[in-house]
Design a protein around this ligand. Structure first.
Ligand code: NAD
Ligand code: TDX
Length: 339
């Protein structure tokens, strides 16, 4: 079995590559990544010498390159993680989100169709459903919740999902889609809430909390997400969407206070800053379909998962401190300098 993993030098794709290379020594895992600001080959160090692993640098939106690669490699399965993934960046400049997330997906779908891939899996997000009100804790996103996006990022992901489903209906391409809630865990890029707060708290820097910090996210440990995708590509029903989430809803303020407590840092580091435009209030996934049809269940609850994650950031300072320089430092100044 030969699997193409795109975006495998990023956070979730990198964790998925580790999972697959270690669990399936008989599979060939090809990691295709453009190595944008978010891609980091350091993440692949633990697997780079394994005989069943190979890295290829390239752009999913480069049609000629992708067609050549598919012709040469004859992939059985494609798992598409490659994307521009940060909501705040999509507000600054939406165009690259259309190029990578929408056009890149269509190029991969065309290649999968032309070269007879047995399964195309699209890694999507709960953000395609929009948000839920804070005063209705009884409401959850199911696979039939209408798409109702808020940000350029989520609009690009929803658009990609619609192309994936269209390629199934129109061309019979064997596709599946997973829509997961917020991930956390090792190798998470420090522009996202949890690693940003851990790295800044350790440096005794202000922690920028958007608005009042009341927005709710439904946190899932990245290894539980990887297990879910592994199950879906092997046992999921073609043409289906599966929601992935572990019922770990927390307000942003709760998350930040948990991190401060674990690091023994004062809450006075918290700084409430201008809210994100169009900021989604609450995400909450109903994972019943994945649990009942495929027998998935998460191994981590948030308390054990966040403790393990903080420990990882403490033990792997080199990995994230290398990132906190150069281009990323400029981005951070631009984002927060004048708030
Ligand atoms: P990430 O930003 O950490 O990684 C994205 C990776 O894609 C990087 O390695 C980057 O170099 C690569 N990439 C970007 N453009 C590319 C291109 N044109 N061609 C090839 N490679 C390219 O993102 P992540 O958080 O790991 O998210 C991975 C996927 O999971 C995304 O599709 C995202 O929408 C989805 N997702 C993320 C979360 C989350 O909480 N992080 C939750 C649900 C779904
Ligand atoms: O500095 C910050 N302060 C803050 O209050 C940052 C970076 C974020 N926030 C808030 C905004 C959100 O309510 O924290 C919450 C989480 O923010 P992000 O880490 O940017 O994640 P989110 O916008 O929820 O999107 C994430 O989950 C869904 C991923 O980045 C997406 O790729 C995924 O699809």
């Amino acid at each position: 079995m030969k699997i193409l993993v795109t975006g495998g030098a990023g956070f979730i794709g990198g964790n998925f590559v580790h999972h697959m290379v270690n669990k399936y020594p008989d599979y060939e895992i090809v990691n295709l990544d453009l190595l944008t600001y978010a891609g980091n080959l350091e993440t692949l160090k633990p697997v780079e010498d394994k005989p069943n692993y190979k890295f290829v640098k390239g752009d999913i939106a480069d049609r000629e390159f992708i067609m050549d690669l598919f012709e040469k490699e004859k992939f059985d399965i494609v798992v598409n993680f490659a994307a521009e993934s940060h909501v705040d960046r999509s507000i600054e400049d939406p165009s690259i989100f259309v190029k990578t997330n929408v056009e890149g997906t269509v190029v991969l779908l065309d290649a999968a169709k032309k070269y007879g891939v047995k399964r195309y899996h699209q890694v999507s997000t709960d953000e395609v459903y929009g948000d839920l009100p804070l005063d209705r804790p009884d409401l959850f996103f199911t696979e039939t919740t209408p798409l109702h996006t808020s940000s350029p990022y989520s609009s690009s992901k929803a658009s990609a999902d619609l192309f994936v489903l269209a390629y199934h209906r129109t061309f019979g391409l064997p596709v599946t889609i997973s829509r997961c809630s917020n991930n956390y865990g090792p190798y998470h890029f420090p522009e996202k809430l949890i690693p940003l707060m851990i790295s800044r708290a350790l440096a005794d820097e202000e922690l920028p909390v958007y608005g009042k910090g009341e927005n709710v996210r439904d946190w899932l440990h990245v290894s539980d997400h990887c297990e879910a995708i592994d199950l879906i590509i092997h046992k999921g029903k073609v043409g289906e969407v599966y929601n992935v989430g572990g019922h770990n809803e927390r307000t942003n303020l709760e998350v930040v206070k948990t991190i401060l407590k674990a690091l023994d840092k004062p809450e006075s580091l918290i700084k409430f800053v201008t809210d994100r435009p169009g900021h989604d209030m609450r995400y909450a996934i109903d994972p019943t379909k994945l649990e009942t049809e495929l027998g998935w269940e998460p191994k981590y609850n948030f308390d054990t998962g966040i403790a393990q994650t903080i420990e990882w950031y403490l033990n792997n300072k080199e990995w994230w401190q290398n990132i906190l320089s150069g281009e990323y430092a400029n981005y951070f100044d631009k984002m927060y300098g004048n708030r």
